[in-house]
Design a protein around this ligand. Structure first.
Ligand code: PLP
Length: 439
């Protein structure tokens, strides 16, 4: 890629979740990547503090993935999976269900986290219908939840910008209170002790709507995109118990927590709570080829298989189980297993926690939250300019050679799981230096 992309050359691409005018006036281009680093077109090295976008868990430029995808493309470039199949789809499904807890042993393939979420919501509603409870159509999400950008996902999600810009959502959706409480829990290391009772909010919604109208509750076991929000100790267990009591399905959106982010294959194992459905994407293929997967418990799949003969679930994508994505997924899982990456986050968690909490005294830091190989560093918003400090941090970090992610004034860190302790120190030291320069 040329380092001399003109302002005009940047115009045609309407960039997603980007301040386009700011970016195009001051572009931040990434041209190459390997291991823990990106390189800019002019050769500057940038340490990846957020695994691309929470997805490159095995680090960049993994040659095994490239080779597997190339071989697959040369052998079978595309095959439909509607009423047809190809070996790699079945192979990947069989490999993945070895990682999932309990009987979460059926996989529906998608192409992204957003599609995984919409697929899971549709499975939940259709599941109750095939079981003879068609009145269970209501979906419950949570404030501040992020479940991608489809209409299903933004409806159960709890971000006000979606409500502001995209108008009416899916009917019948309601929301639990979120679990972020800086007043009680600021600077907690790991999950906070305070707040398990927030799960009782589900009883309020059951009392309001009646359980017979509710299909499912969807939450991120640890919310990443809205600014690293942790479940209080015991919260997810309580949510599970209330769902069980009322026959409501529990969906964990593990697009971020799936594939080793917390030091276990899935967040469900980290928290020792068994959901009925898990949504994933990102780390499934190390970010190399778009792919998502939805895992469902045996009883859910079986319920569909007891219906009338014919297509049991009226849903699917042209690219569900795309051969190239399957090849990338298989090669990725091979790397995770061989290098022990799905549990490496657990080995690094303490060093990571100590490192990120060393930023406590940096200017404007009002909270630090951490879990596994994730951290959220919350900055005090500037009066009348929410998000300005966060954006300045993003730009200055990039100039200083580290890639971070910001949501408003919260900095999120989630490096590739191959990071060394020396690189953790480098990341946090440079971030600390940047924070000192931000008024
Ligand atoms: N769900 C969660 C929890 C996410 O964090 C994300 C993306 O960050 C999504 C869904 C959407 O994934 P995608 O951007 O692949 O559609």
């Amino acid at each position: 890629m040329s380092s001399a992309l003109t302002r005009d050359a940047l115009e045609a691409f309407w960039m997603p979740f980007t301040a386009n005018r700011q970016f195009k006036d001051q572009p931040r281009l990434l041209a190459r990547a390997e291991g823990m680093h990106y390189w800019t077109p002019d050769g500057r090295k940038v340490l990846d503090g957020c695994a691309g976008l929470w997805c490159v868990n095995a680090g960049h430029g993994r040659k095994e993935i490239t080779a597997a995808v190339a071989e697959q493309m040369a052998t079978l470039d595309y095959a439909p999976t509607f009423q047809m199949g190809h070996p790699a789809g079945f192979e990947l499904a069989n490999r993945l269900i070895k990682l999932t807890p309990g009987d979460l042993n059926h996989v529906f393939f998608t192409n992204s986290g957003s599609e995984s979420v919409d697929t899971a919501l549709k499975i939940a509603i259709a599941y109750h219908r095939v079981k003879g409870e068609a009145s269970r159509q209501r979906l419950i999400g949570r404030e501040k939840g992020y479940h991608g950008v489809g209409f299903g996902g933004i409806s159960v999600g709890g971000l006000s910008n979606n409500r502001k810009y995209f108008g009416a959502m899916l009917p019948g959706v309601d929301h639990l209170r979120h679990t972020l409480d800086i007043e009680h829990n600021a600077f907690t290391r790991g999950v906070p002790e305070w707040g398990a009772h927030l799960a009782d909010d589900l009883e309020r919604l059951v009392a309001l709507h009646d359980a017979s109208t509710i299909a499912a509750v969807i939450v991120e076991p640890m919310a990443g995109s809205a600014g690293v929000i942790l479940p209080p100790k015991g919260y997810l267990q309580k949510l599970r118990a209330i769902c069980d009591k009322h026959g409501i399905l529990l969906i964990f959106d593990e697009v971020i927590t799936g594939f080793g982010r917390l030091g276990t294959a899935f967040g469900a194992q980290y928290f020792d709570v068994m959901p009925d459905i898990i949504t994933t994407a990102k780390g499934l293929t190390n970010g190399a080829i778009p792919m998502g997967a939805v895992f469902v418990r045996k009883q859910i799949y079986d319920a569909f298989m007891k219906g009338p003969d014919g297509i049991e679930f009226f849903h699917g994508y042209t690219y569900s189980a795309h051969p190239a994505a399957c090849a990338a997924g298989l090669a990725t899982q091979e790397i995770y297993e061989r290098e022990g990456l799905l549990t490496r986050g657990a080995d690094l968690a303490k060093a990571w926690e100590d490192a990120v909490h060393s930023l406590r005294s940096a200017p404007n830091v009002i909270d630090i939250r951490n879990l596994g190989l994730v951290a959220g560093i919350e900055l005090q918003p500037r009066a009348g300019a929410v998000g300005a400090r966060g954006y300045e941090a993003l730009v200055k970090c990039f100039e200083k050679g580290i890639l971070i992610r910001t949501t408003g004034d919260t900095i999120a860190l989630s490096p590739p799981l191959i990071i060394s302790t020396a690189q953790i120190d480098e990341l946090i030291t440079r971030l600390g230096e940047v924070l000192k320069t931000i008024a």
